[in-house]
Design a protein around this ligand. Structure first.
Ligand SMILES: [Zn+2]
Length: 176
C-alpha cells in the first residue's frame, strides 16, 4: 500500500503531491474541503477548493487570497497526483477530496453529512482504498432530530419573526 496522506505538525499532508489538506498552519499549497473556519484558515500561499466554496472562502479570508475553484468531479493533476472534489453534503461547496496515485486511491472526507438537506449538494459515496473520516458529532451521545422536524421549527421561527416585523426579506430557504 502506498501511503498518500500522513499527519504532520501542519496537518494532513500528501508527500507525492506536496500539498496539505485543510492545514492548521500556513503552507504553500492548501486544498480546502470547505470554508468553515476550522478548515479554511488564514495565511496559506495558495488555496484550491470547489468552485462553490470560492466566494465563501474569499468572504471569510479576504479577496486578496490566491484561490482556484474546481468543479465537483473534475480531476486536476498536482505533481502527478490526480485530485478531485466530490460533494460532502455538509454545507454549500463542501467536498470530500479524492487522491489517486499509481492506482492507489484515498479519500479525505472533511466534514460530511449523508442525509440530503436540499441546500448543500448531496453527499456522494466515493470508492477508495483508504477513507479518512471526520466525525466531530459522531459519538452515540449525540442524538439528532429528523431534518424535517428541525426545518419545520426554523420555518416557524422565521414566520414568527416576519409577523413581528423583525425580518423583511425571506428568501424561502427551508421551504422543502
Ligand atoms: Zn464544517
Amino acid at each position: 500500500m502506498n501511503q498518500l496522506v500522513g499527519f504532520t505538525d501542519k496537518g494532513l499532508y500528501c508527500t507525492q503531491g506536496d500539498f496539505y489538506i485543510d492545514p492548521w498552519r500556513p503552507v504553500r499549497k492548501a486544498l480546502i474541503t470547505h470554508a468553515h473556519s476550522d478548515h479554511a484558515r488564514h495565511g496559506n500561499q495558495e488555496y484550491i477548493t470547489t468552485s462553490d466554496s470560492v466566494p465563501i472562502t474569499k468572504h471569510r479570508l479576504g479577496s486578496h487570497i490566491r484561490i482556484t475553484g474546481v468543479n465537483y468531479g473534475k480531476p486536476i493533476n498536482i505533481n502527478g497526483v490526480k485530485v478531485s472534489f466530490h460533494p460532502a453534503g455538509h454545507v454549500i461547496g463542501s467536498a470530500q477530496i479524492r487522491l489517486e496515485y499509481k492506482g492507489e486511491i484515498w479519500v479525505v472526507s472533511g466534514d460530511y453529512k449523508t442525509e440530503d438537506d436540499g441546500i448543500s449538494t448531496a453527499f456522494e459515496p466515493v470508492k477508495c482504498h483508504t477513507f479518512i473520516t471526520e466525525s466531530t458529532f459522531g459519538l452515540p451521545s449525540f442524538r439528532w432530530r429528523p431534518q424535517e422536524e428541525v426545518f419545520r421549527e426554523i420555518r416557524g421561527l422565521v414566520s414568527a419573526k416576519q409577523r413581528q416585523g423583525d425580518i423583511q426579506h425571506y428568501r424561502g430557504l427551508f421551504v422543502g
